[in-house]
Design a protein around this ligand. Structure first.
Ligand code: IMP
Ligand code: MG
Length: 182
């Protein structure tokens, strides 16, 4: 982690440092997209992104994919400030019927695993042809429930991060890098 303290766009709070730079994120997403495009070669994929945090990741990822895909969204909430409440509420269901489809869940970060476990179960109950999971960030030391991740951008330590779509109480999503929140 770089040691520079930045106060991005005078948003009020301090970011302790940059954990993953914009350049590194871009490079890694290219690699992930290549891997996904290879694995789903000649297949149609339904990308299901978990709102709100995954929107930046999704929009960069789809521009690197070389396969046919459509997108859908689910919305869940489990966080208050920087702590998972452990209770996952599905606020918005996906619009497509996932049955007989190759579903790829797209999520910004996996922490305790409760969110992805819940969304995964809900989709599996509707009989997709396949279901895989792609996350940009994996805080594997924080896991409280096991979830198999098929594509992970970066493994990161157990600390609260913001930027590149990730927020703290709705803020800092627009930072182009992943920063450690003070
Ligand atoms: P989990 O249910 O504990 O795995 O948490 C997953 C969700 O919590 C993610 O979709 C994020 O919205 C949020 N989250 C977990 N860790 C962080 C973090 O470090 N920064 C911002 N959001 C986080
Ligand atoms: Mg999220």
């Amino acid at each position: 982690m770089t040691s520079t303290r930045v106060n991005p766009r005078s948003s009020g709070a301090w970011i302790k440092g940059i954990l993953i730079s914009e350049k590194r994120i871009k490079e890694r997403i290219k690699e992930l997209a290549e891997e996904i495009s290879r694995d789903y070669f000649k297949k149609e994929v339904l990308l299901v992104a978990i709102l709100d945090g995954s929107i930046v990741f999704l929009s960069d990822l789809i521009r690197e994919l070389k396969i046919n895909f459509s997108i859908d969204f689910v919305s869940v909430s489990s966080y208050e400030g920087s702590k998972s409440t452990g209770k996952v509420n599905i606020l918005k269901e996906m619009r497509n019927d996932p049955s007989e489809k190759n579903v790829l869940l797209v999520e910004d970060i996996i922490d305790t695993g409760f969110t992805l476990d819940q969304v995964r179960r809900s989709i599996l109950s509707k009989n997709p042809s396949s279901l895989k999971i792609c996350v940009l960030l994996d805080k594997s030391d924080a896991r409280k429930i096991p979830v198999d991740i098929d594509y992970a951008g970066f493994k990161i330590p157990k600390q609260f991060v913001v930027g590149y779509g990730l927020d703290y109480n709705g803020k800092h999503r627009g930072l182009p890098f992943i920063g450690v929140f003070e």
